[in-house]
Structure formats: structure tokens, C-alpha cells
Ligand binder design. Structure first.
Ligand code: KG4
Ligand code: ZN
Length: 325
């Protein structure tokens, strides 16, 4: 069985082919045009998807020598995400499905992230814990099986990746903020600033207080210090942001007794996070680098599993910008 995966929920255009349990090809186009705006501009993102999607699909079909008649299913993200971006991928998939009589399956972007580590790593037998940390989401989930999720905790305000992006912008670094902050943090002192580790009740997260602490500390600095201490701010912020994730993970492990943890989403690329995961009394897995950010492979991978179970969607499936698990 061959499944085409399409991902257009935000600023990454992703296409991939998954065949008989193996990823054949994965292509991602990261829309760098947003860098100069310090964040994603939805109208520009959807236009970029519209321009890129068809050539990218032609490219992966050509590179793998796969003809459209060989495709048994189209898997496409239908939410959550930016409406104008989701519509590009979804309507493209619908056109392909209708014109070539190929079944379509709508994929929940969050669910695709959850399984992304298992594209290349051995899968945990449920139940396992999943920490989903991206630019739009920060959630701790107990995975009881495919389609069976218990959200144990979520962010009460900003997502973790969003905090990286906002702090990066504040201190004059680029977008996306995570990788930029991580690079600067390596050259700074993680204890130079004593930002409080956010710890809202239970297994929930909060990042807006931390962002405000950074803002106040930054405002107190002179113009010269702001430049000189960028690396210390980045390192101190990163330490605290990651400590908060680890604190909740440890609590979830204690409370549930589950010692298998899968971490996914853009922030799972962070080196300090992986270092701390290594210190947990639990087995853990993160996606390979190319599957941490939004990509078509995770969509094709989940689509393949759902098609295998005989699950598919109706052609009138709607885009759902606020879809949850
Ligand atoms: O999963 P993703 O590509 O898109 C969403 O679904 O949001 O995640 C993007 C987020 C951005 O906020 C970015 O700053 C963050 O992931 N990110 C990182 C790192 N790489 C990407 N955060 C911390 N450290 C990183 N190395
Ligand atoms: Zn994502």
C-alpha cells in the first residue's frame, strides 16, 4: 500500500510517500519569507503552499518513479492550523481524490506529531506518555492506543515554542526562535538570570509569566548590556523553559507509573531538552531531526496506519483550525 502525505497547516509545505511500512521520500519546504516579519503571515503562507505543493508532489513522484495510479490513499492534515493554509492542502487532496478515485483520510496534525518518533524508532506499546511541544501546542498526553488519548496537561497560555519565538524576537534574534536561542545559549551562562520556573497546578504548563520576566529583566538593562548579555538571557531563558517541561514530565511519570516517554514537535529538536530526557528514570524517544518540525512524513505514516485499519474520510471533510485530540 502506498500513501501520499500532505502537510500545509502553517509555514512548512510537506509532502511524503510511505509504502508498505517504509518511508520512501520526504520533502519539506520551509517558508523563509516569514523571517523578515518575525512570525508567520497567514496570507503569505497560504500563497506559498499554493505555489509549492504541485511541483513538490510531481518531484517526489518522479524521484521515486511512482505513478499516480500506484497511490492507494491520500493523507492530508485537516487541523489544527491556519485555516487559509489547511484549505490549500485539503482542497488539493480532495481534487486528487476526486479526479483519480483515490481514498482520502483527514489527519489530525497533533496525532501525527505524537507518532512521528516511530517513523524511524521502535514504537512503545501503549500506554505511553507523549509530550507534544511545538509552536502552537504544549500538551502532555497519555496514549492508550491509536485514537485513544487522555490529555493530562496543557498550556494555560503560550506554547513552549511560542515562548522561544517571542523571547527571540524581544532580544533581537530571528524566527523561528528555538534554534536561534539554542545557538546563543551555548555561549551564555544559564544561571546569569534567575527567572522563576513556571509550575502551574498539576500537569499544566504556563509560559507567558516567563516571557514577561524576560521582558522586565531586558528592560532594566542598558542599551550596551542588552547587546553584551544576549547569550546569558538566551541561556537562562532556555534553562527555565526546559526545566518546566522536565518537571511536568517527572510528575506525570510518578503519577501514572508509566516509564515510556515520547517527545515530539519542533521543540523536541532542543539539545538541552534531550540531555535532561537522558537523566529521566524512563525510556524516551524523540523524532529524527527531519521529523521534529511540521512534515509530510508524519502525515503519510499515520495515514498509512489508518488506511490499513480501513479508516477513511468523506470527500466533504472540512478544515478544522481548532481541532483538538
Ligand atoms: O512543530 P513545529 O514545526 O510547528 C508547529 O506545529 O508549531 O514547531 C515549531 C516551533 C517553533 O516555535 C520553534 O521556535 C520551535 O518549534 N523550535 C525549537 C527548536 N527548534 C524549533 N524550540 C527550541 N529549541 C529548538 N532547537
Ligand atoms: Zn506542528
Amino acid at each position: 500500500m502506498t500513501v501520499l502525505g500532505i502537510e500545509t497547516s502553517c509555514d512548512e509545505t510537506g509532502v511524503a510517500l510511505f509504502r508498505d511500512g517504509k518511508l520512501l521520500i520526504n520533502k519539506i519546504y520551509s517558508q523563509e519569507v516569514h523571517t523578515k516579519f518575525g512570525g508567520v503571515v497567514p496570507e503569505i503562507a497560504s500563497r506559498e503552499h499554493t505555489q509549492r505543493l504541485l511541483p513538490m508532489i510531481n518531484e517526489i513522484l518522479e524521484d521515486t518513479n511512482c505513478g499516480l495510479p500506484e497511490i492507494d490513499g491520500v493523507a492530508v492534515t485537516y487541523g489544527p492550523g491556519l485555516l487559509c493554509c489547511l484549505l490549500v492542502g485539503l482542497n488539493f487532496a480532495k481534487g486528487l481524490s476526486y479526479s483519480h478515485n483515490i481514498p482520502i483520510i483527514g489527519i489530525n496534525h497533533l496525532e501525527a506529531h505524537i507518532y512521528s518518533p516511530f517513523i524511524t524508532h521502535k514504537e512503545f506499546t501503549p500506554p505511553f506518555l507523549s509530550l507534544l511541544v511545538s509552536g502552537g501546542h504544549t500538551q502532555l498526553i497519555k496514549v492508550n492506543g491509536l485514537g485513544e488519548y487522555e490529555v493530562l496537561g496543557h498550556t494555560l497560555d503560550d506554547a513552549c515554542g511560542e515562548a522561544f519565538d517571542k523571547v527571540s524576537k524581544l532580544i533581537g534574534l530571528g524566527y523561528p526562535g528555538g534554534p536561534e536561542i539554542e545557538v546563543q545559549a551555548k555561549k551564555g551562562s544559564a544561571y546569569a538570570f534567575d527567572f522563576p520556573v513556571p509550575d502551574p497546578e498539576g500537569l499544566n504548563f504556563s509560559y507567558s509569566g516567563l516571557k514577561t520576566s524576560v521582558l522586565y529583566a531586558y528592560k532594566k538593562l542598558s542599551q550596551e548590556e542588552r547587546i553584551r548579555r544576549i547569550q546569558d538571557i538566551a541561556a537562562s531563558f532556555q534553562r527555565v523553559a526546559i526545566e518546566s517541561l522536565i518537571l511536568k514530565l517527572e510528575r506525570a511519570i510518578d503519577e501514572t507509573g508509566i516509564r515510556c516517554v515520547s517527545v515530539s514537535g519542533g521543540v523536541s529538536a532542543n539539545g538541552l531538552l534531550k540531555k535532561h530526557l537522558g537523566e529521566l528514570d524512563a525510556k524516551w524517544v524523540v523524532p529524527d531531526q527531519e521529523f521534529t518540525m511540521d512534515n509530510g512524513a508524519m502525515v503519510a505514516f499515520l495515514g498509512y496506519r489508518l488506511f490499513k485499519k480501513g479508516i477513511k474520510s468523506d470527500l466533504i471533510i472540512r478544515a478544522e483550525p481548532r481541532l483538538s485530540l
